[in-house]
Design a protein. Structure first.
Lengths: 385, 226
Protein backbone atom coordinates (compact mmCIF):
# COMPACT_ATOMS: atom_id res chain seq x y z
CA UNK A 1 0.00 0.00 0.00
CA UNK A 2 2.86 2.33 0.85
CA UNK A 3 4.31 1.65 -2.59
CA UNK A 4 0.98 2.44 -4.25
CA UNK A 5 0.74 5.73 -2.35
CA UNK A 6 4.21 6.91 -3.25
CA UNK A 7 3.87 5.84 -6.91
CA UNK A 8 1.65 8.88 -7.24
CA UNK A 9 4.79 10.95 -6.75
CA UNK A 10 6.49 9.09 -9.61
CA UNK A 11 3.43 9.65 -11.80
CA UNK A 12 3.48 13.38 -11.04
CA UNK A 13 7.17 13.54 -11.98
CA UNK A 14 6.29 12.19 -15.43
CA UNK A 15 3.14 14.24 -15.79
CA UNK A 16 4.68 17.56 -14.82
CA UNK A 17 7.84 17.17 -16.87
CA UNK A 18 5.49 17.07 -19.83
CA UNK A 19 7.96 17.93 -22.59
CA UNK A 20 10.57 15.42 -21.45
CA UNK A 21 7.89 12.76 -21.03
CA UNK A 22 6.27 13.47 -24.40
CA UNK A 23 9.62 13.30 -26.20
CA UNK A 24 10.49 10.00 -24.55
CA UNK A 25 7.01 8.62 -25.24
CA UNK A 26 7.20 9.76 -28.86
CA UNK A 27 10.50 7.97 -29.41
CA UNK A 28 9.33 4.81 -27.69
CA UNK A 29 6.04 4.86 -29.61
CA UNK A 30 7.84 5.12 -32.96
CA UNK A 31 10.20 2.28 -32.03
CA UNK A 32 7.32 0.06 -30.91
CA UNK A 33 5.27 0.94 -34.00
CA UNK A 34 8.17 -0.30 -36.09
CA UNK A 35 8.54 -3.41 -33.92
CA UNK A 36 4.83 -4.25 -34.19
CA UNK A 37 4.70 -3.81 -37.97
CA UNK A 38 7.78 -5.99 -38.42
CA UNK A 39 6.51 -8.69 -36.06
CA UNK A 40 3.14 -8.60 -37.84
CA UNK A 41 4.92 -9.08 -41.18
CA UNK A 42 6.91 -11.98 -39.69
CA UNK A 43 3.67 -13.49 -38.41
CA UNK A 44 2.18 -13.19 -41.89
CA UNK A 45 5.24 -14.88 -43.38
CA UNK A 46 5.01 -17.70 -40.82
CA UNK A 47 1.30 -18.21 -41.42
CA UNK A 48 1.75 -18.23 -45.18
CA UNK A 49 4.89 -20.35 -45.43
CA UNK A 50 5.17 -22.69 -42.46
CA UNK A 51 3.61 -26.06 -43.10
CA UNK A 52 1.28 -27.39 -40.43
CA UNK A 53 0.00 -30.89 -39.81
CA UNK A 54 -3.40 -29.89 -41.19
CA UNK A 55 -2.24 -28.63 -44.59
CA UNK A 56 -3.67 -30.60 -47.51
CA UNK A 57 -3.09 -28.33 -50.49
CA UNK A 58 -0.56 -28.83 -53.27
CA UNK A 59 0.28 -26.47 -56.12
CA UNK A 60 1.19 -27.99 -59.45
CA UNK A 61 3.27 -25.51 -61.46
CA UNK A 62 5.16 -25.67 -64.69
CA UNK A 63 8.68 -26.97 -64.01
CA UNK A 64 11.39 -24.26 -63.95
CA UNK A 65 8.90 -21.42 -64.32
CA UNK A 66 8.58 -18.80 -61.64
CA UNK A 67 5.91 -16.37 -62.79
CA UNK A 68 2.21 -16.88 -63.52
CA UNK A 69 2.73 -15.46 -67.02
CA UNK A 70 5.35 -18.13 -67.77
CA UNK A 71 3.72 -21.13 -66.14
CA UNK A 72 1.43 -22.65 -68.77
CA UNK A 73 -0.07 -26.09 -68.33
CA UNK A 74 -2.72 -27.93 -70.35
CA UNK A 75 -6.06 -27.90 -68.57
CA UNK A 76 -6.61 -31.58 -69.36
CA UNK A 77 -3.87 -32.51 -66.85
CA UNK A 78 -6.63 -32.20 -64.28
CA UNK A 79 -8.19 -35.52 -65.14
CA UNK A 80 -4.82 -37.30 -64.98
CA UNK A 81 -4.06 -35.76 -61.58
CA UNK A 82 -7.51 -36.70 -60.28
CA UNK A 83 -6.77 -40.38 -60.87
CA UNK A 84 -3.64 -40.36 -58.69
CA UNK A 85 -4.27 -42.18 -55.37
CA UNK A 86 -4.67 -39.81 -52.41
CA UNK A 87 -6.00 -36.92 -54.50
CA UNK A 88 -9.37 -35.66 -53.27
CA UNK A 89 -9.87 -32.81 -55.70
CA UNK A 90 -8.19 -30.90 -58.49
CA UNK A 91 -8.82 -27.41 -59.70
CA UNK A 92 -7.23 -25.92 -62.79
CA UNK A 93 -6.43 -22.31 -61.94
CA UNK A 94 -5.63 -19.47 -64.22
CA UNK A 95 -3.75 -16.70 -62.42
CA UNK A 96 -3.54 -13.15 -63.62
CA UNK A 97 -1.77 -10.62 -61.45
CA UNK A 98 -1.64 -6.88 -61.79
CA UNK A 99 2.10 -6.95 -61.01
CA UNK A 100 4.44 -9.94 -61.23
CA UNK A 101 6.99 -8.49 -58.81
CA UNK A 102 6.79 -8.23 -55.05
CA UNK A 103 4.40 -5.43 -54.20
CA UNK A 104 2.14 -4.27 -51.41
CA UNK A 105 -0.99 -4.14 -53.53
CA UNK A 106 -1.28 -6.85 -56.14
CA UNK A 107 -4.60 -8.13 -57.36
CA UNK A 108 -4.54 -11.85 -58.07
CA UNK A 109 -7.28 -13.33 -60.25
CA UNK A 110 -7.80 -17.06 -59.86
CA UNK A 111 -9.79 -18.62 -62.67
CA UNK A 112 -11.59 -21.66 -61.24
CA UNK A 113 -14.46 -23.98 -62.11
CA UNK A 114 -17.84 -23.81 -60.33
CA UNK A 115 -17.50 -27.43 -59.17
CA UNK A 116 -14.23 -26.60 -57.41
CA UNK A 117 -15.86 -23.64 -55.72
CA UNK A 118 -18.70 -25.89 -54.56
CA UNK A 119 -16.47 -28.68 -53.33
CA UNK A 120 -13.34 -26.93 -52.08
CA UNK A 121 -13.84 -23.21 -51.55
CA UNK A 122 -17.44 -22.88 -50.30
CA UNK A 123 -17.17 -25.30 -47.33
CA UNK A 124 -14.27 -23.36 -45.81
CA UNK A 125 -15.56 -19.81 -46.21
CA UNK A 126 -18.42 -17.72 -44.90
CA UNK A 127 -20.05 -15.12 -47.08
CA UNK A 128 -19.98 -11.54 -45.83
CA UNK A 129 -21.69 -9.93 -48.80
CA UNK A 130 -23.39 -11.36 -51.93
CA UNK A 131 -23.52 -15.11 -52.58
CA UNK A 132 -21.89 -18.03 -54.37
CA UNK A 133 -25.12 -18.48 -56.36
CA UNK A 134 -24.79 -14.93 -57.69
CA UNK A 135 -21.24 -15.79 -58.75
CA UNK A 136 -22.38 -18.95 -60.56
CA UNK A 137 -25.14 -17.06 -62.37
CA UNK A 138 -22.90 -14.49 -64.01
CA UNK A 139 -19.98 -15.06 -66.41
CA UNK A 140 -17.88 -12.05 -65.39
CA UNK A 141 -18.57 -12.48 -61.70
CA UNK A 142 -15.85 -12.45 -59.06
CA UNK A 143 -15.81 -13.80 -55.52
CA UNK A 144 -13.48 -11.63 -53.48
CA UNK A 145 -11.61 -12.50 -50.32
CA UNK A 146 -12.38 -10.05 -47.53
CA UNK A 147 -8.84 -8.64 -47.31
CA UNK A 148 -8.72 -7.84 -51.00
CA UNK A 149 -12.23 -6.32 -50.90
CA UNK A 150 -11.32 -4.18 -47.87
CA UNK A 151 -8.05 -3.03 -49.45
CA UNK A 152 -9.78 -2.04 -52.67
CA UNK A 153 -12.94 -0.81 -50.89
CA UNK A 154 -15.17 -3.06 -53.02
CA UNK A 155 -18.66 -4.31 -52.25
CA UNK A 156 -21.04 -6.76 -53.93
CA UNK A 157 -22.34 -5.24 -57.17
CA UNK A 158 -19.24 -3.11 -57.83
CA UNK A 159 -17.38 -3.47 -61.10
CA UNK A 160 -13.61 -3.24 -61.06
CA UNK A 161 -10.79 -3.50 -63.55
CA UNK A 162 -7.23 -4.69 -63.02
CA UNK A 163 -4.55 -6.42 -65.13
CA UNK A 164 -6.76 -5.98 -68.19
CA UNK A 165 -9.62 -7.93 -66.61
CA UNK A 166 -12.98 -6.28 -65.89
CA UNK A 167 -15.16 -8.17 -63.40
CA UNK A 168 -18.21 -7.62 -61.24
CA UNK A 169 -18.20 -8.44 -57.54
CA UNK A 170 -20.78 -11.17 -56.87
CA UNK A 171 -19.75 -11.89 -53.30
CA UNK A 172 -17.21 -11.27 -50.57
CA UNK A 173 -16.14 -14.02 -48.17
CA UNK A 174 -13.99 -14.51 -45.13
CA UNK A 175 -11.60 -17.43 -44.96
CA UNK A 176 -8.88 -18.87 -42.74
CA UNK A 177 -6.57 -19.22 -45.75
CA UNK A 178 -4.54 -16.04 -46.45
CA UNK A 179 -4.17 -17.03 -50.12
CA UNK A 180 -7.96 -17.24 -50.53
CA UNK A 181 -8.85 -14.07 -48.63
CA UNK A 182 -6.51 -12.03 -50.83
CA UNK A 183 -7.66 -13.36 -54.21
CA UNK A 184 -10.44 -12.69 -56.71
CA UNK A 185 -12.01 -15.95 -57.90
CA UNK A 186 -13.51 -15.72 -61.38
CA UNK A 187 -14.76 -18.30 -63.88
CA UNK A 188 -11.87 -20.11 -65.56
CA UNK A 189 -13.11 -19.71 -69.19
CA UNK A 190 -13.80 -16.04 -68.55
CA UNK A 191 -10.26 -15.43 -67.29
CA UNK A 192 -8.71 -17.51 -70.06
CA UNK A 193 -10.55 -15.39 -72.57
CA UNK A 194 -9.78 -12.08 -70.89
CA UNK A 195 -6.08 -12.73 -70.33
CA UNK A 196 -4.72 -13.38 -73.74
CA UNK A 197 -1.11 -13.02 -72.69
CA UNK A 198 -1.11 -16.29 -70.76
CA UNK A 199 -2.60 -18.27 -73.64
CA UNK A 200 -6.19 -18.92 -74.54
CA UNK A 201 -8.71 -21.60 -73.62
CA UNK A 202 -7.29 -24.91 -72.49
CA UNK A 203 -4.22 -23.39 -70.86
CA UNK A 204 -4.00 -22.78 -67.14
CA UNK A 205 -1.31 -21.45 -64.81
CA UNK A 206 -1.42 -24.13 -62.15
CA UNK A 207 -3.50 -26.78 -60.49
CA UNK A 208 -4.59 -26.63 -56.91
CA UNK A 209 -4.76 -30.16 -55.58
CA UNK A 210 -6.36 -31.23 -52.34
CA UNK A 211 -5.16 -34.51 -50.82
CA UNK A 212 -7.01 -36.89 -48.50
CA UNK A 213 -4.31 -37.20 -45.88
CA UNK A 214 -1.90 -34.41 -44.82
CA UNK A 215 0.76 -37.08 -44.18
CA UNK A 216 0.69 -38.04 -47.87
CA UNK A 217 1.28 -34.50 -49.13
CA UNK A 218 4.86 -35.13 -50.28
CA UNK A 219 4.11 -38.59 -51.71
CA UNK A 220 1.23 -37.28 -53.82
CA UNK A 221 3.41 -34.37 -55.02
CA UNK A 222 6.08 -36.81 -56.18
CA UNK A 223 3.46 -38.96 -57.92
CA UNK A 224 2.05 -35.96 -59.83
CA UNK A 225 5.48 -34.87 -61.05
CA UNK A 226 6.33 -38.45 -62.03
CA UNK A 227 3.13 -38.61 -64.12
CA UNK A 228 4.17 -35.68 -66.32
CA UNK A 229 7.93 -36.20 -66.15
CA UNK A 230 8.24 -37.19 -69.80
CA UNK A 231 5.47 -34.93 -71.03
CA UNK A 232 5.94 -31.78 -73.10
CA UNK A 233 4.98 -29.72 -70.04
CA UNK A 234 6.71 -31.27 -66.98
CA UNK A 235 5.44 -30.10 -63.60
CA UNK A 236 6.86 -29.11 -60.25
CA UNK A 237 4.50 -29.88 -57.37
CA UNK A 238 4.96 -28.51 -53.85
CA UNK A 239 2.83 -27.96 -50.75
CA UNK A 240 1.04 -24.65 -51.11
CA UNK A 241 3.00 -23.03 -48.25
CA UNK A 242 6.34 -24.08 -49.72
CA UNK A 243 5.16 -22.68 -53.02
CA UNK A 244 4.37 -19.37 -51.32
CA UNK A 245 7.74 -19.39 -49.56
CA UNK A 246 9.53 -19.88 -52.89
CA UNK A 247 7.40 -17.40 -54.80
CA UNK A 248 7.74 -14.74 -52.15
CA UNK A 249 11.38 -15.54 -51.37
CA UNK A 250 12.37 -11.88 -51.48
CA UNK A 251 9.68 -10.96 -49.00
CA UNK A 252 10.65 -13.85 -46.70
CA UNK A 253 14.31 -12.79 -46.79
CA UNK A 254 13.29 -9.20 -46.15
CA UNK A 255 11.25 -10.32 -43.14
CA UNK A 256 14.28 -12.24 -41.86
CA UNK A 257 16.42 -9.13 -42.11
CA UNK A 258 13.67 -7.02 -40.58
CA UNK A 259 13.77 -9.12 -37.42
CA UNK A 260 17.12 -7.42 -36.71
CA UNK A 261 15.41 -4.08 -37.17
CA UNK A 262 12.76 -5.20 -34.68
CA UNK A 263 15.50 -6.05 -32.20
CA UNK A 264 17.06 -2.64 -32.84
CA UNK A 265 13.67 -1.06 -32.05
CA UNK A 266 13.74 -2.68 -28.60
CA UNK A 267 17.30 -1.48 -28.10
CA UNK A 268 16.05 2.01 -29.01
CA UNK A 269 13.32 1.71 -26.33
CA UNK A 270 16.02 0.71 -23.83
CA UNK A 271 18.19 3.67 -24.79
CA UNK A 272 15.30 6.15 -24.69
CA UNK A 273 14.09 5.05 -21.25
CA UNK A 274 17.61 4.83 -19.83
CA UNK A 275 18.49 8.26 -21.22
CA UNK A 276 15.27 9.88 -19.97
CA UNK A 277 15.70 8.45 -16.49
CA UNK A 278 19.43 9.06 -16.25
CA UNK A 279 18.88 12.73 -17.08
CA UNK A 280 15.91 12.97 -14.74
CA UNK A 281 17.78 11.36 -11.86
CA UNK A 282 20.76 13.63 -12.42
CA UNK A 283 18.47 16.66 -12.25
CA UNK A 284 16.72 15.25 -9.19
CA UNK A 285 19.67 14.42 -6.95
CA UNK A 286 18.48 16.98 -4.42
CA UNK A 287 14.85 15.77 -4.62
CA UNK A 288 16.05 12.22 -4.04
CA UNK A 289 18.03 13.38 -1.03
CA UNK A 290 14.96 15.17 0.33
CA UNK A 291 12.93 11.99 -0.06
CA UNK A 292 15.55 10.08 1.92
CA UNK A 293 15.58 12.75 4.60
CA UNK A 294 11.80 12.44 4.87
CA UNK A 295 12.15 8.71 5.49
CA UNK A 296 11.87 7.19 2.01
CA UNK A 297 14.07 4.08 1.94
CA UNK A 298 16.50 3.25 -0.86
CA UNK A 299 14.36 0.32 -2.10
CA UNK A 300 11.26 2.55 -2.15
CA UNK A 301 13.10 5.18 -4.22
CA UNK A 302 14.34 2.40 -6.53
CA UNK A 303 10.77 1.13 -7.02
CA UNK A 304 9.58 4.64 -7.83
CA UNK A 305 12.30 4.98 -10.47
CA UNK A 306 11.52 1.55 -11.90
CA UNK A 307 7.87 2.57 -12.08
CA UNK A 308 8.81 5.64 -14.11
CA UNK A 309 10.74 3.43 -16.55
CA UNK A 310 7.91 0.94 -16.70
CA UNK A 311 5.30 3.67 -17.22
CA UNK A 312 7.30 5.36 -19.99
CA UNK A 313 7.96 2.10 -21.83
CA UNK A 314 4.45 0.72 -21.34
CA UNK A 315 2.56 3.86 -22.34
CA UNK A 316 4.93 4.64 -25.22
CA UNK A 317 4.84 1.00 -26.29
CA UNK A 318 1.05 0.94 -26.09
CA UNK A 319 0.73 4.06 -28.24
CA UNK A 320 3.09 2.63 -30.88
CA UNK A 321 1.76 -0.93 -30.85
CA UNK A 322 -1.90 0.06 -30.90
CA UNK A 323 -1.26 2.63 -33.64
CA UNK A 324 0.50 -0.05 -35.69
CA UNK A 325 -2.33 -2.51 -35.07
CA UNK A 326 -4.98 0.06 -36.01
CA UNK A 327 -3.04 1.10 -39.10
CA UNK A 328 -2.62 -2.49 -40.27
CA UNK A 329 -6.27 -3.28 -39.52
CA UNK A 330 -7.35 -0.28 -41.57
CA UNK A 331 -4.91 -0.57 -44.48
CA UNK A 332 -4.71 -4.40 -44.52
CA UNK A 333 -1.46 -4.45 -46.47
CA UNK A 334 -0.27 -7.68 -48.06
CA UNK A 335 2.86 -8.53 -49.98
CA UNK A 336 2.24 -10.37 -53.16
CA UNK A 337 4.80 -12.03 -55.37
CA UNK A 338 4.00 -14.14 -58.42
CA UNK A 339 0.42 -14.45 -57.24
CA UNK A 340 1.37 -15.75 -53.79
CA UNK A 341 0.19 -13.53 -50.97
CA UNK A 342 1.75 -12.76 -47.60
CA UNK A 343 -0.41 -10.65 -45.32
CA UNK A 344 0.91 -8.26 -42.70
CA UNK A 345 -1.40 -9.53 -40.01
CA UNK A 346 -2.76 -7.09 -37.40
CA UNK A 347 -2.56 -9.35 -34.38
CA UNK A 348 -3.57 -8.57 -30.80
CA UNK A 349 -1.14 -11.28 -29.69
CA UNK A 350 1.69 -9.31 -31.34
CA UNK A 351 0.45 -6.12 -29.63
CA UNK A 352 0.37 -7.95 -26.28
CA UNK A 353 3.86 -9.37 -26.80
CA UNK A 354 5.08 -5.92 -27.80
CA UNK A 355 3.64 -4.36 -24.66
CA UNK A 356 5.21 -7.02 -22.48
CA UNK A 357 8.57 -6.68 -24.26
CA UNK A 358 8.47 -2.90 -24.06
CA UNK A 359 7.56 -2.96 -20.36
CA UNK A 360 10.32 -5.44 -19.59
CA UNK A 361 12.87 -3.39 -21.53
CA UNK A 362 11.64 -0.26 -19.69
CA UNK A 363 12.21 -1.89 -16.30
CA UNK A 364 15.64 -3.16 -17.35
CA UNK A 365 16.60 0.28 -18.64
CA UNK A 366 15.47 1.86 -15.37
CA UNK A 367 17.46 -0.59 -13.28
CA UNK A 368 20.79 1.28 -13.33
CA UNK A 369 19.28 4.74 -12.61
CA UNK A 370 17.09 3.18 -9.90
CA UNK A 371 19.98 1.49 -8.14
CA UNK A 372 22.04 4.64 -8.39
CA UNK A 373 19.24 6.77 -6.90
CA UNK A 374 18.67 4.21 -4.16
CA UNK A 375 22.29 4.07 -3.12
CA UNK A 376 23.05 7.78 -3.20
CA UNK A 377 22.51 8.40 0.50
CA UNK A 378 20.82 11.55 1.78
CA UNK A 379 23.85 13.30 3.25
CA UNK A 380 25.95 12.60 0.17
CA UNK A 381 23.12 13.60 -2.17
CA UNK A 382 22.47 16.85 -0.33
CA UNK A 383 26.13 17.77 -0.63
CA UNK A 384 26.14 16.79 -4.35
CA UNK A 385 22.84 18.53 -5.07
CA UNK B 1 16.09 12.47 30.98
CA UNK B 2 17.20 14.60 28.02
CA UNK B 3 15.65 14.00 24.62
CA UNK B 4 19.08 13.88 22.99
CA UNK B 5 22.05 12.32 24.73
CA UNK B 6 25.33 12.24 22.77
CA UNK B 7 28.57 10.93 24.19
CA UNK B 8 31.98 10.99 22.53
CA UNK B 9 30.55 11.56 19.06
CA UNK B 10 33.18 11.23 16.37
CA UNK B 11 32.54 11.46 12.66
CA UNK B 12 35.38 10.76 10.27
CA UNK B 13 35.28 11.22 6.50
CA UNK B 14 38.04 10.05 4.25
CA UNK B 15 38.91 12.01 1.13
CA UNK B 16 41.67 10.07 -0.58
CA UNK B 17 44.47 9.78 1.91
CA UNK B 18 43.14 12.63 4.05
CA UNK B 19 41.03 12.08 7.12
CA UNK B 20 38.52 14.77 8.05
CA UNK B 21 37.03 14.88 11.55
CA UNK B 22 34.13 17.35 11.60
CA UNK B 23 33.06 15.91 14.96
CA UNK B 24 35.75 14.95 17.40
CA UNK B 25 34.47 13.62 20.71
CA UNK B 26 31.36 15.77 21.08
CA UNK B 27 29.21 15.42 24.19
CA UNK B 28 25.83 17.11 24.24
CA UNK B 29 22.47 16.78 25.99
CA UNK B 30 19.36 18.46 24.62
CA UNK B 31 16.34 18.62 26.89
CA UNK B 32 12.86 17.74 25.69
CA UNK B 33 11.09 20.94 24.61
CA UNK B 34 14.35 22.90 24.28
CA UNK B 35 14.97 25.51 21.58
CA UNK B 36 18.68 25.38 20.90
CA UNK B 37 20.77 27.45 18.50
CA UNK B 38 24.06 26.00 17.32
CA UNK B 39 26.62 28.52 16.14
CA UNK B 40 30.20 28.31 15.06
CA UNK B 41 32.53 28.89 12.15
CA UNK B 42 32.29 26.89 8.91
CA UNK B 43 33.74 23.42 9.36
CA UNK B 44 33.13 23.41 13.10
CA UNK B 45 30.80 20.39 12.77
CA UNK B 46 27.37 22.03 13.15
CA UNK B 47 25.83 20.56 10.00
CA UNK B 48 27.46 17.18 10.65
CA UNK B 49 25.87 17.12 14.09
CA UNK B 50 22.54 18.08 12.53
CA UNK B 51 22.87 15.21 10.02
CA UNK B 52 23.53 12.79 12.86
CA UNK B 53 20.55 14.09 14.83
CA UNK B 54 18.43 13.74 11.68
CA UNK B 55 19.51 10.13 11.23
CA UNK B 56 20.79 10.74 7.73
CA UNK B 57 24.36 10.09 8.80
CA UNK B 58 25.92 7.83 11.45
CA UNK B 59 28.66 8.50 13.99
CA UNK B 60 31.98 6.77 13.39
CA UNK B 61 32.42 6.43 17.16
CA UNK B 62 30.41 7.34 20.23
CA UNK B 63 26.77 6.94 21.16
CA UNK B 64 23.75 8.96 20.18
CA UNK B 65 20.46 8.33 21.98
CA UNK B 66 17.36 10.21 20.86
CA UNK B 67 14.26 9.63 22.93
CA UNK B 68 15.96 6.47 24.22
CA UNK B 69 16.74 5.08 20.75
CA UNK B 70 20.37 4.33 19.90
CA UNK B 71 20.50 5.82 16.42
CA UNK B 72 23.79 4.15 15.53
CA UNK B 73 22.38 0.67 16.10
CA UNK B 74 19.41 0.99 13.72
CA UNK B 75 19.49 -0.61 10.29
CA UNK B 76 19.21 1.67 7.29
CA UNK B 77 15.58 0.73 6.85
CA UNK B 78 14.74 1.13 10.55
CA UNK B 79 16.54 4.46 10.60
CA UNK B 80 14.45 5.70 7.65
CA UNK B 81 11.29 4.57 9.42
CA UNK B 82 12.40 6.28 12.64
CA UNK B 83 13.27 9.45 10.72
CA UNK B 84 9.86 9.59 9.07
CA UNK B 85 8.14 9.54 12.47
CA UNK B 86 10.39 11.49 14.78
CA UNK B 87 12.31 14.13 12.83
CA UNK B 88 11.34 17.17 10.79
CA UNK B 89 14.02 19.07 8.90
CA UNK B 90 14.09 22.59 7.49
CA UNK B 91 16.89 23.48 5.08
CA UNK B 92 18.46 26.79 4.19
CA UNK B 93 17.42 26.42 0.53
CA UNK B 94 13.96 25.03 1.43
CA UNK B 95 14.46 21.92 -0.74
CA UNK B 96 10.88 21.72 -1.90
CA UNK B 97 10.23 19.35 -4.80
CA UNK B 98 9.71 21.73 -7.73
CA UNK B 99 7.11 19.67 -9.61
CA UNK B 100 4.84 19.37 -6.58
CA UNK B 101 2.44 22.00 -5.29
CA UNK B 102 2.76 23.33 -1.76
CA UNK B 103 0.04 20.90 -0.68
CA UNK B 104 1.75 17.94 -2.34
CA UNK B 105 5.11 18.85 -0.87
CA UNK B 106 3.62 18.86 2.61
CA UNK B 107 1.80 15.60 1.92
CA UNK B 108 5.02 13.87 0.81
CA UNK B 109 6.14 12.57 4.25
CA UNK B 110 2.59 11.42 5.06
CA UNK B 111 2.56 9.00 2.11
CA UNK B 112 4.92 6.76 4.07
CA UNK B 113 2.27 6.18 6.73
CA UNK B 114 -0.97 4.28 6.58
CA UNK B 115 -3.20 7.26 7.17
CA UNK B 116 -6.36 7.61 5.14
CA UNK B 117 -6.61 10.23 2.43
CA UNK B 118 -8.98 12.21 4.66
CA UNK B 119 -6.53 12.10 7.58
CA UNK B 120 -3.69 13.18 5.30
CA UNK B 121 -5.82 16.06 4.06
CA UNK B 122 -6.60 17.11 7.61
CA UNK B 123 -2.95 17.06 8.62
CA UNK B 124 -1.74 18.90 5.53
CA UNK B 125 -4.42 21.56 5.85
CA UNK B 126 -3.67 22.05 9.55
CA UNK B 127 0.09 22.35 8.91
CA UNK B 128 -0.42 24.83 6.07
CA UNK B 129 -2.78 26.89 8.19
CA UNK B 130 -0.36 26.84 11.08
CA UNK B 131 2.42 28.33 8.94
CA UNK B 132 -0.04 30.80 7.36
CA UNK B 133 0.29 29.59 3.79
CA UNK B 134 -2.97 27.64 3.31
CA UNK B 135 -4.16 30.11 0.66
CA UNK B 136 -1.18 29.19 -1.55
CA UNK B 137 -1.67 25.41 -1.24
CA UNK B 138 -2.01 24.84 -4.99
CA UNK B 139 1.00 26.93 -5.95
CA UNK B 140 4.27 25.44 -7.12
CA UNK B 141 7.52 26.46 -5.40
CA UNK B 142 8.52 28.64 -8.37
CA UNK B 143 5.35 30.67 -7.79
CA UNK B 144 6.22 31.37 -4.14
CA UNK B 145 8.58 33.88 -2.54
CA UNK B 146 11.55 32.64 -0.49
CA UNK B 147 9.73 33.28 2.77
CA UNK B 148 6.66 31.44 1.54
CA UNK B 149 8.76 28.51 0.35
CA UNK B 150 10.37 28.29 3.77
CA UNK B 151 6.92 28.29 5.39
CA UNK B 152 5.91 25.37 3.18
CA UNK B 153 9.15 23.61 4.14
CA UNK B 154 8.32 24.15 7.82
CA UNK B 155 4.81 22.80 7.25
CA UNK B 156 6.36 19.71 5.63
CA UNK B 157 8.67 19.33 8.62
CA UNK B 158 5.91 19.48 11.23
CA UNK B 159 3.13 17.65 9.40
CA UNK B 160 4.07 14.29 10.92
CA UNK B 161 4.18 15.87 14.40
CA UNK B 162 7.84 14.97 14.96
CA UNK B 163 9.66 14.80 18.27
CA UNK B 164 12.55 16.89 17.01
CA UNK B 165 12.61 19.78 14.53
CA UNK B 166 16.00 20.46 12.98
CA UNK B 167 16.67 23.68 11.09
CA UNK B 168 19.83 24.21 9.06
CA UNK B 169 20.30 27.96 8.49
CA UNK B 170 16.52 28.43 8.03
CA UNK B 171 16.87 32.18 7.47
CA UNK B 172 20.16 32.09 5.57
CA UNK B 173 18.56 32.75 2.21
CA UNK B 174 15.87 35.20 3.29
CA UNK B 175 15.60 38.98 3.57
CA UNK B 176 15.28 40.45 7.04
CA UNK B 177 11.47 40.68 7.03
CA UNK B 178 10.98 37.13 5.79
CA UNK B 179 13.65 35.86 8.16
CA UNK B 180 11.87 37.55 11.06
CA UNK B 181 8.60 35.95 10.07
CA UNK B 182 10.18 32.48 9.84
CA UNK B 183 11.82 32.92 13.25
CA UNK B 184 8.48 34.07 14.69
CA UNK B 185 6.92 30.95 13.28
CA UNK B 186 9.56 28.66 14.79
CA UNK B 187 9.10 30.41 18.14
CA UNK B 188 5.34 29.93 17.96
CA UNK B 189 5.72 26.24 17.11
CA UNK B 190 8.11 25.82 20.02
CA UNK B 191 5.74 27.48 22.47
CA UNK B 192 2.46 26.03 21.25
CA UNK B 193 3.60 22.50 20.48
CA UNK B 194 6.39 22.22 23.03
CA UNK B 195 8.47 21.20 20.02
CA UNK B 196 12.18 20.53 20.56
CA UNK B 197 14.06 22.63 18.00
CA UNK B 198 17.74 22.55 17.11
CA UNK B 199 18.72 25.36 14.75
CA UNK B 200 22.09 25.80 13.09
CA UNK B 201 22.74 29.43 12.26
CA UNK B 202 25.44 31.99 11.58
CA UNK B 203 23.06 34.84 12.33
CA UNK B 204 23.25 36.15 15.94
CA UNK B 205 19.77 37.70 15.55
CA UNK B 206 18.37 34.27 14.77
CA UNK B 207 20.27 32.70 17.63
CA UNK B 208 18.82 35.28 20.03
CA UNK B 209 15.35 33.87 19.39
CA UNK B 210 16.40 30.47 20.77
CA UNK B 211 16.31 29.64 24.46
CA UNK B 212 19.91 28.51 24.43
CA UNK B 213 22.87 29.04 22.15
CA UNK B 214 25.85 26.72 21.96
CA UNK B 215 29.00 27.36 20.02
CA UNK B 216 30.96 24.68 18.23
CA UNK B 217 34.61 24.67 17.39
CA UNK B 218 36.78 21.92 15.94
CA UNK B 219 34.04 19.33 16.31
CA UNK B 220 33.24 20.04 19.95
CA UNK B 221 31.12 22.42 22.03
CA UNK B 222 33.10 25.54 22.78
CA UNK B 223 30.94 27.21 25.38
CA UNK B 224 27.36 27.23 26.59
CA UNK B 225 25.05 30.24 27.07
CA UNK B 226 21.94 29.55 29.06
Amino acid sequence: MKLLRVLRFARLQLQRHALRTMLALGGIAVAMLLWTVIRSAELGVAQATELTALDTKLIVYRQNRYCPFASQLPQHYASAIERIPGVRGVSPVKIVVSNCRASLDVLTFRGVQPEWVERNLAPGISMIDGSVDAWKARGDAALLGEELAARRRLRAGDTFRSAGVTATVAGIFSSEDPQDRNAAFVHLPFLQEQAKRGGSGGIVTQFTVTVDDPDRLEAVARAIDATFERDQFPTSTTPEKHFVARAAQDVVQLAGFASWVALAALVAVFALVANALALAMQARVRDTAVLEVLGYTGPLIAWMTLFEGLALAFVGGAIGAVAAWAGLAFLRPAFSAEGAVIEIVPSLAVVGTGLAASALVGVLAALAPALRAASLGAAQALRAG
Amino acid sequence: MPLVEARGLVRIYRRGEHEIRPLDGLDIDIARGAYLALMGPSGSGKSTLLNLLAGIDRPTHGSLLIDGVDIGSLSRRALAEWRSRHVGIVFQLYNLVPVLTAYENVELPLLLHAWSRRERHRRVTTALEQVGIAHRHDHFPRQLSGGEEQRVAIARAIVTEPTLLLADEPTGDLDRTSAGAVLDLLGTLHRERQLTIVMVTHDPRAAERAEQTRHMENGRLAEVHA
